[in-house]
Design a protein around this ligand. Sequence first.
Ligand SMILES: [Mn+2]
Length: 358
Amino acid sequence: MSVIVRQRLAEWLEKNDLDAIFISKLMNVRYVSDYTSDDAYLLLTKRGQYFITDPRYTEQASKECLSFTILEWRSMGSVGDAIGKIAKEEGLKRIAFEEDHLTYAFYASIKHACDVELIPQRGVVEEMRSHKTPQEIDYLRASCQIASDAFEKIIKDIRVGVTEKELAARLSYYMVALGSDTKPYGNILISGARTSLLHGIPSAKALEFGDFVLMDYGCQYKGYLSDMTRTVVVGRANAKQREVYRLEQEMLAAMEAEMKPGTSASHVYQVGADIIKGTEYYQYHYTGVGHGIGMFVHEVPFLGPNHNYILEKDTVMTAEPGIYIPGWGGVRIEDTLLITEDGAEILTPARKELIELV
Ligand SMILES: [Mn+2]
């Protein structure tokens, strides 16, 4: 996979009259080099491919990044000094860098060590990452399946008295036991009135009869993430909970039916929001209703009224409308979907009907 990516980056350098690109975002380093660990940087020039890291990672890099020249920067002084050495050898003049990632101190150290022009850019590798290869789709599919299978396990543990934190820990355990990497990102698992907090953190609160339990979670499989949300009820749902849940189901179904190549991100948002237009709940919806996902949980493209992305085939993204009523609670249901030739395939098959756990 990374061979094709590097070819496309070489073409991008040519087209933009650049001598090299410096990549510092770890996800982008992984995508371009197949390296799976930490603290590493890439410098791709027209002549060479350089992998820059410290002594902790040189052995791993030499095994994973076969087409790269591995440079150990500590013995040279700084990462900037390593870049300076290559720039001198190859006569580099214009080097692009990721403007939305490099700190000022890092930028200054490169500037200090090299006599080059540093050109800010953003989104070049991210744009490539938004279209998934068959292998990436396989990994994402597995990641989503593990999370969906874990749902059937965790709902058996949901009962009055158990705390949000305890359930969140068990959910992580189930996913690792089912085959995910050991680095799941933080699960949101909240209950009762706390479910109106869009990104609430699991607390020591114990579940009470009649609580909504909102679980927004996912796992990582071979570096690829899943993201899904399900909201269930402990005990019996009341009339208002049923009404909000039904509207939420309709919003998600309306959005998913419209997801296909050529559809705009704002249109997908709108068909969901239209379901509750004119109801008392419209004021409680949130407009960020989906995002691309891959090695990072929130990637381009994003779904919302002010985004002008057009959906494209082989993009994997979420749909996650929600109704959040402060002091009362909220409902979110979220799927991860693969945009196909003429529609979208749901990769998170976990049940979406209202589940009352008695
Ligand atoms: Mn999400």
